[in-house]
Write a protein that binds this ligand. Sequence first.
Ligand code: CAA
Length: 291
Amino acid sequence: MDVHSVAVVGAGTMGAGIAQVCAQTGWKTCLYDAFPEGLTKGMATIENFWDMGIERGKTSVAQKAEWSGNLRAVNNLAEAVKDADLVIEAVPENMQLKQDIFAELERLAPSHAMLATNTSGLPISEIAQSTGCPERVVGMHFFNPVPLMSLLELVRHDTVSEETIAAAQSIGSAMGKTTIVVRDVPGFATSRLGVVLGNEAVRMLADGVASASDIDTAMRLGYRHPMGPLELSDLVGLDVRRDILNNLADAFDDESYRPHPMLDQLVEAGDLGKKVGKGIYDWTSGKKVER
Ligand code: CAA
């Protein structure tokens, strides 16, 4: 499948990162968000990443100009997807919202377009069922920060076509990612392992086993993880992690997956992590500070 034009639906952390990498791959990329302020913020995040790349000597002004020329902010869904060979949805983890969007995508995008969802754990088959073309729907799960993370987890549901899986693998390679193919089970491979570790780290913090930074250092130095599980939870978003845990608990009918009460309390207090300045740590000074 030849990709020339891509639409990314949802300009949050993940959507912006995905759109950035699509533009860098050389594809004409439309970034869409239902909220104008979300779209502005997503475009600013990309711009900032490219500027930081120039500052670090990782990229050039000319290269940035070429990438920027591939990227367009669009605040109308029909306009964003009308020429797309590939649409990647990255909206919040709400099944009804995703199903409504996929029903619209089938109507608005070209009939050959691949329709991908970046869900980190919701059943792809249920999302695909909201369309009349489940064979073109696939899970494409990216990792934060998308421009730096080399994995793309592809999710195979029962009614996806082999052509779609093969095309998704080539798309991943073109984007510079290593792909793995996982069955459509709750939490796939990555989210299930990641959130269980993060939830256990929160339980240990609540139990007073060690400070947040010592728990993180345990995994960074003891297991060579690039980040500790608590700082990673703040990076991903505590709300995102809580939702995945609740989805796992419901899907497997197993309460051991339920988010620890401390995680629930932080989310209820609006302390969602780095994106709002406070989570398990306080990030308001620009540095990680123990709370
Ligand atoms: N432009 C170009 N390159 C950049 C850049 C920029 N703006 N910013 C950073 N880089 C490059 C750096 O130059 C560096 O490159 P080299 O290795 O070639 O020197 C590299 O990226 C790493 O950058 P830093 O040195 O600034 O950062 P770091 O070494 O501390 O790594 C990190 C940062 C990549 C985030 C690392 O800590 C990490 O891998 N953390 C774990 C992240 C993770 O687990 N993510 C998955 C979360 S789960 C998820 O996302 C799924 C979900 O469903 C929610």
